[in-house]
Design a protein around this ligand. Structure first.
Ligand code: PLP
Length: 390
């Protein structure tokens, strides 16, 4: 069998009669049947075949197959955005009266789903704020349907022990173990072999890697994906073929890019750790990270996000961000271009101050999505902005 990168790059939609080398864009909403009998057989699922792009399309199928190859997954589905994927990861399985256990540090819109939307349908949740597995087990109730987490978390970069959670899954086989694996990417972290049922991604981030299109993907056990397919077919959050074409091409370079994001991020984290204007730096592959050993065990490298706190609180943080020259302030991440964000006043502004503090978000906290530019230029821009705002 071919090695990982070769399999991913060579996984390709069937070549058309035109004998193209690179996969064309299949902008078609539906597919024709050669005969009424074939139409009947495909609808009856006696024969395989594309029907309508809300269900499947050659570009989305290629994208999904590549993510499956990366994550050692049996099957997968693509979505119009990361949030459509996260929502389906819950909604395809939960019923009124069910309960969800989730890590406290999760993406803002996922938090809104759990706290604002699901209660309307009688679905409750318990947040766990520690990485201690005993606390996770304590949160499980007889009606718990799903355990959900993000690792590393945003923006605190706290990790959860995937192997220990896999052992918990063995004890509670009826509970679906689900992870938002967006920050790590399938290249750096593979949760399914530990026993997780679902791995979810916002493809908008590192999978695209260039800040162009939105997308989401869920991969996991075939049986669960079949249930989710029913949900997609009849609710319509499908990925557009154009976005799938862009994202599938991007996956060919995901590994290369993640290696570079990670080495740039580590160099920046090391430079900041020694700096007198910095209170604290978080990066999973810094030996000072409290879960450094765990990070080395379950991640191939530390990823592209570095979170640090500047001296002087929000006033200094604002001046610092405004003093950056090359690096832009925008609320995306995972781009080839380095991006700065101030979580307390943007992504996490709806939380109370003490809730933010418990997630490691202080008034001076900056989240940096470290890009693919030259290390010297990224570090240089940060250092000049720190110097100018002393
Ligand atoms: C961005 C993001 C999402 C949502 O993805 P969209 O593509 O923006 O809908 C979900 N989870 C995490 C961890 C994210 O970073």
């Amino acid at each position: 069998m071919k090695k990982d990168q070769s399999r991913i790059i060579r996984e390709q939609a069937p070549r058309s009669a035109t004998r193209e080398h690179s996969v064309p864009l299949y902008l078609t909403s539906s597919f024709i049947f050669d005969s009424a009998e074939q139409g009947r057989a495909i609808f009856a699922e006696e024969e395989e075949g594309m029907v309508y792009s809300r269900y499947a399309n050659p570009n989305t199928s290629e994208f999904i197959n590549r993510v499956c190859a990366m994550e050692d997954a049996e099957a997968g589905l693509a979505f119009s955005s990361g949030m459509a994927a996260v929502f389906a990861g819950f909604a395809a399985f939960i019923e009124s009266g069910d309960h969800i256990v989730s890590s406290r540090a999760i993406f803002g819109s996922t938090h809104q789903l759990l706290t604002q939307l699901f209660p309307k349908w009688g679905i409750t949740h318990t947040y766990v704020s520690t990485a201690n597995i005993a606390d996770w087990e304590k949160a499980i109730q007889p009606n718990t349907k799903i355990i959900f987490l993000e690792s590393p978390s945003n923006p605190g970069l706290e990790l959860y022990d995937l192997e220990a959670l896999g052992r918990l899954k063995e004890k509670y086989p009826q509970v679906i173990f689900s992870i938002d694996n967006c920050f790590a990417t399938p290249y750096l972290q593979k949760p399914l072999p530990y026993g997780f049922d679902l791995s979810i991604h916002s493809a908008t981030k590192y999978m695209d890697g260039q800040g162009r299109v939105l997308g989401g993907v869920v991969v996991g056990k075939k049986e669960l994906m079949d249930k989710m397919m029913f949900f997609i077919r009849h609710t319509g959050p499908a990925m557009s073929p154009f976005n799938a074409w862009v994202l599938s091409k991007s996956l060919e370079t995901l590994g290369l890019r993640m290696d570079r994001h990670s080495s740039n991020a580590l160099a920046l984290a090391e430079a900041l750790e020694k700096h007198s204007e910095i209170v604290d730096v978080k990066y999973p592959f810094l030996p000072s990270h409290p879960q450094y050993e765990l990070a080395k065990k379950q991640m191939k490298a530390g990823g592209g996000i570095v979170t640090f706190e500047v001296k002087g609180g929000q006033e200094r943080a604002f001046r610092f961000v405004d003093a950056l020259e090359m690096i832009k302030y925008t609320s995306n991440l995972g781009d080839a271009r380095t991006i700065a964000t101030h979580p307390a006043s943007t992504t996490h502004s709806k939380l109370k101050e003490d809730e933010r503090a418990s997630l490691g978000i202080h008034p001076g906290t900056i989240r940096l999505s470290v890009g693919l530019e030259d290390q010297e230029d990224i570090i240089g821009d940060i250092l000049q902005a720190l110097e100018r705002t002393k």
